[in-house]
Design a protein around this ligand. Structure first.
Ligand code: FNR
Length: 364
């Protein structure tokens, strides 16, 4: 992902493979993050029958310049978040992800399609997603700063149902070839959203969306946002690793977690999706209880399919997703919720840095 459309396609393609390798290097023993700082008050007699649980979620969105208001119904409360595409390896990864998405009824986003808009040879790496999953819910992805005309082009490339627009100022700051001028980003988001024939989801890439940012998005007519917070795949570390001297390690810990972003969100926020640091189905349930309508997973699902799609491939991801569904259902039953909306009635306990953040921000 990168918003500069003047870059030569070859180096950008190489970066796609590097991102996959560096993101996978960060996996391993599940690191602690702020999902560990939210607990539920246990109600020993409050559980329900797991067979009554509906894991489906409804995602409402308001009208945009080129689409009506409506709502999506997703069969799973989690989705494959935007990652990759455009090189041989990442095309294989996208194919495996798309097969798993089809077989499990899970929505899926691709990585930034900019590379394919500039280089038609790379388009196959994205079109494969729709080819493998003709009836599924598919999201295209572009970076802020791209020309508005790229919004319909990106959507067309995948026959996409939604368009993710990523805002990644922290990553750009650390990236050797990154942008240093963010002054036009709000108006760029507005223009991309106005030009898109399908609803736009503005997303971070692992640093969170603040109360003020969500309000600004609402003000310019953005109806959906994925807060994608700190605590999972860390693009500060990834881009630092791509620099010789790691000069930007000083920013380690910058940004907000997904839970902090959700709890801090204003009442007039766009419809909220969450991602960033989701390791288990329990993290999914926590994000839903904190206000997300659905939850995106990138690193953990990439790890399942493997570095070139031949690790565990689709088969391993399908097994993982079926296991996540079963365990999500089990946690709903334990918490006494038959639907995502009923999770909102649970009592939450906050600890540590998450609690401090919420106290500082006056969140009750
Ligand atoms: C990403 N992510 C990402 N996001 C985006 O909007 N466009 C993109 O092109 C990419 N590229 C990308 C590549 C790889 C290899 C990974 C792992 C991730 C970010 C992703 O959607 C998500 O916001 C973060 O990864 C945080 O979620 P996880 O990984 O902690 O679940």
């Amino acid at each position: 992902m990168h918003s500069d459309h003047r870059e030569i396609p070859g180096s950008r393609a190489a970066r796609k493979d590097e991102h996959v390798d560096l993101a996978l290097d960060q996996r391993g023993a599940a690191a602690r993050n702020e999902f560990d700082e939210l607990d539920f008050v246990h109600q020993a007699l409050g559980g329900v029958d797991a067979d009554r649980i509906d894991l489906g979620v409804t995602i409402p969105f308001g009208a945009g310049a080129r689409h009506d208001a409506g709502e999506w119904h997703w069969r799973t409360p989690f989705y494959v978040n935007g990652m990759t595409g455009g090189t041989e390896r990442t095309t294989r990864i996208n194919r495996e992800l798309a097969i798993a998405a089809r077989e499990t009824g899970m929505p899926m986003a691709c990585g930034s399609v900019s590379v394919a808009l500039d280089d038609p040879d790379a388009a196959r790496g994205f079109a494969v997603i729709r080819a493998e999953n003709p009836d599924g819910f598919v999201m295209a992805n572009v970076g802020v700063g791209r020309p508005a005309a790229d919004a319909p082009r990106a959507v067309e490339l995948l026959g996409a149902d939604a368009l993710q627009v990523h805002v990644n100022a922290v990553q750009e700051t650390v990236m050797p070839e990154g942008s240093r001028d963010f002054s036009s980003w709000l108006s760029s988001v507005e223009q991309l959203a106005a030009a898109s024939p399908v609803p736009v989801i503005v997303k971070e890439v692992g640093f969170g969306l603040s109360r003020a940012t969500l309000r600004r998005l609402s003000d310019i007519g953005v109806r959906l946002a994925d807060v994608s917070g700190r605590g999972g795949t860390d693009f500060l570390r990834i881009e630092n690793a791509r620099r010789e001297a790691g000069e930007y390690a000083m920013l380690t810990g910058f940004g907000q977690s997904a839970l902090a972003s959700l709890l801090d969100a204003p009442a007039d926020a766009p419809t909220l999706l969450a991602s960033g640091g989701v390791r288990t189905p329990y993290d999914v349930v926590k994000a839903l209880a904190a206000g997300a309508r659905a939850v995106g997973v990138a690193g953990a699902f990439l790890e399942a399919v493997g570095p070139d799609g031949t690790g565990g491939g689709a088969e391993r991801l399908i097994a993982l997703v079926e296991d996540w569904k079963a365990r999500t259902r089990a946690v709903y039953a334990l918490l006494g919720a038959t639907t995502r909306d009923e999770l909102l009635a649970t009592d939450l306990i906050l600890r540590g840095r998450l609690r401090e953040f919420c106290a500082d921000r006056g969140v009750d």
